[in-house]
Design a protein around this ligand. Structure first.
Ligand SMILES: NC(=O)C1=CN([C@@H]2O[C@H](COP(=O)(O)OP(=O)(O)OC[C@H]3O[C@@H](n4cnc5c(N)ncnc54)[C@H](OP(=O)(O)O)[C@@H]3O)[C@@H](O)[C@H]2O)C=CC1
Ligand SMILES: O=C(O)CCCC(=O)O
Length: 491
């Protein structure tokens, strides 16, 4: 820690801003006293410090969750439901402060940050309602004098490892169903965005979540992740982040046979057919590409456009992209904040220079923004060849690369030519084409004439290298439940 002045967040409720971990109902520092420094990606200002914890603190958090589990899983569903509903209400009551904390640590605009808090609270509300509807089954018996019952029981302690791009919603999408069905958990937010997690912890306490139900640890990802994956007390791991780390965590979970949910990388195609409503397609592409500056696993990564409308679509998309105002997310006119860090800028630059070296043209943008730092010009590339790196790799930045295709078959072949399978989008009007294309797309989420597909009511998740399991919706609780079958004999 230094004497540097921290940025003034001007919170109405300054108590929401904590620089401590929540373990067993206590707000604590790392055993070593060490901290991680968190800076505002827009200004470089110091936002604050998060404890740099490791294995020992994580083991204590897991132990606390195991103790709390005994009572929490026995609480009446409607009691758990009421607490979660209270948390939802508190999130809305404090939306301005929560959004300010989120923007300060992550960079997205305040409008997007508020949108994320609404989205995030939505998971809490949704699962507060689901809590009361975790039904079992009665199966007609296969023998005389027997009844067969099926109950759904909470799996136990869950671990949630979450990324920096949606610092609030990725936590509630995991903890919401976990808490609702009677599990307790340990949350490890990304090191770049711990304060949204801590603020949620404050509100969870105020809502009445008993101590040990919500534990939050920050610090060394390797040591915390090591303990969360090898400790037999953790029965489920839910992770959102890169495919590389997801694969590593799966491997680490194998010896203790944990149930896992993995929400990993994407390489979303956004296909525009020649019968599409062009203006709607452009609006959809803007939403699917530039939300959170393209830093989303469902962001359109490859824009595939049919030859007959290619030039017109490219012109319109470039015109709309040129209008996007870049700057500090606290400025109400700004619609694109900074990228999260220099590594993100380097990756975007690498993708652009590789495509240009292979023959692509820059229609708009293409370089770091004059504001400096990690601000980047929203970019449209045309005539991108298929051997460009950007066709294979998730850019996670504000670059829309346009590829040309001739036929439906070619579009489907190009779209599916990726190890990933999270989200895909397409615009068309012919109903036969629509059914054929959504049936042929090998992805978990498909937006048809829609560029925005996220919500608490839908099953979010991917296939292939994009992961395992679904989050949100009525399916989102399944991964936190075990099925227990009871053969009731001798009747
Ligand atoms: N599917 C998605 O939504 C996301 C995809 N990505 C993709 O991944 C790329 C890299 O982003 P990055 O932030 O580095 O993503 P990571 O996968 O590295 O990080 C996501 C989370 O995993 C944690 N983590 C990292 N290493 C380990 C480990 N060995 N054991 C346990 N936990 C670990 C991180 O902690 P810590 O922050 O402390 O390192 C963070 O909480 C992006 O450019 C993007 O392509 C990134 C974020 C989200
Ligand atoms: O990037 C992610 O992993 C989360 C996507 C946010 C969403 O749309 O739910």
């Amino acid at each position: 820690m230094t004497n540097e002045t921290k940025m003034n967040l001007n919170l109405s409720d300054p108590d929401l801003f904590r620089e401590a971990m929540l373990i067993d109902g206590e707000w604590v520092q790392a055993d070593s006293g060490e901290c991680i420094e968190i800076r505002n990606p827009a200004t470089g200002e110091l936002v604050g410090y998060a404890p740099k914890a490791g294995q020992a603190e994580t083991a204590r958090a897991i132990a606390a969750a195991e103790v709390a589990l005994k009572e929490w899983k026995e609480a009446l569903p409607k009691e758990r439901s009421a607490i979660l509903r209270k948390l939802y209400d508190l999130m809305h009551e404090h939306i301005d402060d929560l959004a300010m904390i989120l923007t300060a640590e992550q960079g997205k605009t305040l409008a997007e940050a508020k949108g994320e808090i609404i989205y995030s609270a939505g998971f809490i509300e949704w699962f507060s309602e689901e809590a009361k509807r975790i039904y079992g089954d009665i199966i007609p018996p296969n023998m005389a004098g027997r009844r067969i019952l099926v109950e759904k029981a909470p799996i136990g302690v869950f671990a949630a490892i979450t990324p920096w791009n949606f610092p609030s919603a990725m936590i509630t999408r995991k903890a919401g169903p976990g808490w609702a069905v009677g599990c307790t958990g340990v949350i490890k937010p990304a090191s770049q965005t711990p304060f949204s997690a801590f603020a949620l912890g404050v509100l969870a306490e105020r809502a009445g979540l008993p101590k040990g139900v919500c534990n939050i640890v920050t610090g060394s990802a390797r040591h915390i992740g090591g303990e969360l994956t090898q400790n037999p007390g953790v029965r489920k791991l839910s992770f959102t982040g890169s495919t590389e780390i997801g694969a590593k965590l799966l491997e680490q979970c194998a010896p203790t046979i944990k149930k896992t949910s993995m929400e990993l990388g994407g390489n979303a195609p956004f296909i525009v057919f020649d019968d599409a409503d062009l203006d709607a397609a452009v609006a959809g592409a803007m939403a699917a590409k530039y939300r959170n500056c393209g830093q989303a696993c469902v962001a359109a990564n490859r824009v595939l456009v049919q030859a007959g409308i290619y030039d017109e679509f490219a012109k319109k998309l470039a015109e709309e992209t040129a209008k996007l105002k870049v700057g500090n997310g606290t400025d109400p006119d700004v619609v694109q904040g900074p990228l999260i860090d220099q590594a993100a800028v380097d990756k975007v630059e690498e993708h652009i220079s590789d495509a240009v070296a292979k023959g692509a043209k820059v229609a708009v943008g293409g370089k770091q923004h004059a504001l400096g730092g990690t601000f980047f010009e929203p970019t449209v590339l045309t005539d991108v060849p298929r051997d460009a790196l950007i066709f294979r790799d998730e850019t996670f930045g504000p670059v829309a690369p346009l590829f040309k295709f001739e036929t439906e078959e070619e579009a489907l072949e190009m779209a599916n030519d990726t190890p990933y399978g999270l989200a895909a989008y397409f615009y068309a009007r012919d109903i036969g084409r629509i059914v054929k294309v959504y049936s042929g797309l090998d992805f978990g989420i498909i937006g048809v004439n829609e560029g925005f597909i996220s919500s608490e009511v839908v099953p979010f998740g991917g296939v292939k290298a994009s992961g395992l399991g679904r989050e949100g919706s009525k399916y989102g609780a399944d991964d936190y439940l075990e099925i227990k079958y009871i053969a009731l004999g001798g009747l």
